[in-house]
Design a protein. Structure first.
Length: 208
């Protein structure tokens, strides 16, 4: 990958490129258990065939550092982190979408519910570039197919419901993701944008 620098694996927890999801998860110590239902049945929003089509897929993503300021009614919101690209030249941008996956099995979106975890989102686990887990919460009575984002064992927010409905698996599978952008106002982090998947392995590098 000419012109790109691999981000530290100890920071991101991203498996090696070219391995299947299971091989990579074993190597990185993140293998997760699948129930019989997870392996043979589709969830509420994704069929078994759709899951098989992304199983073991590795998606290369290149990141460019980014900082932006957004004017809001009561001041400014500052975003610090990365823009994701699908090519090492940085020409094909992967844009955020809060309504649907940006690619089969892959989401890139700002999280919901972060304001309810104001102290948690300040933790170092949620800095831009940090690896996070995507966990289903089948016992959640307020949402049919919730996908929660965890870092260091702390829940910080949720994948927007329209995306979660499409991607939520049955069983206990844990997905992986990366914090792309941390949003701050008045010196405190109050929002996160995450790139992740329940089935596709992300292979992340930095643009030179």
């Amino acid at each position: 990958m000419t012109g790109a620098n691999r981000l530290p694996r100890e920071c991101l927890g991203i498996p090696e490129f070219g391995r299947t999801r299971k091989e990579a998860s074993i190597a990185s110590g993140t293998e997760t258990e699948e129930t019989e239902g997870d392996a043979t049945h589709g969830g509420a929003g994704v069929s078994a065939g759709e899951r098989r089509s992304t199983e073991g897929v590795v998606l290369p993503v290149w990141l460019a550092e980014d900082r932006r300021t957004v004017e809001v009614a009561d001041g400014e919101v500052i975003g610090t982190g990365y823009i994701p690209y699908l090519d090492p030249e940085g020409k094909v941008t992967l844009f955020e979408d809060s309504r649907s996956p940006v690619l089969p099995g892959v989401f890139c979106t700002r999280l919901t519910g972060v304001s309810f975890h104001d102290d948690v989102v300040q933790l170092a686990h949620f800095r831009a570039g940090s690896s996070v887990e995507v966990r289903p919460e089948p016992a959640n009575a307020s949402d049919r197919n919730p996908l929660a984002i965890f870092g260091g064992g702390h829940r910080v927010g949720y994948v927007p419901a329209p995306i979660a409905t499409t991607l939520a698996p049955s069983g206990t599978r844990v997905g992986r993701g990366i914090v792309l952008m941390e949003w701050s106002s008045n010196g405190r982090r109050d929002g996160l944008s995450v790139l992740g998947s329940m089935h596709v392995t992300l292979q992340v590098s930095l643009l030179a």
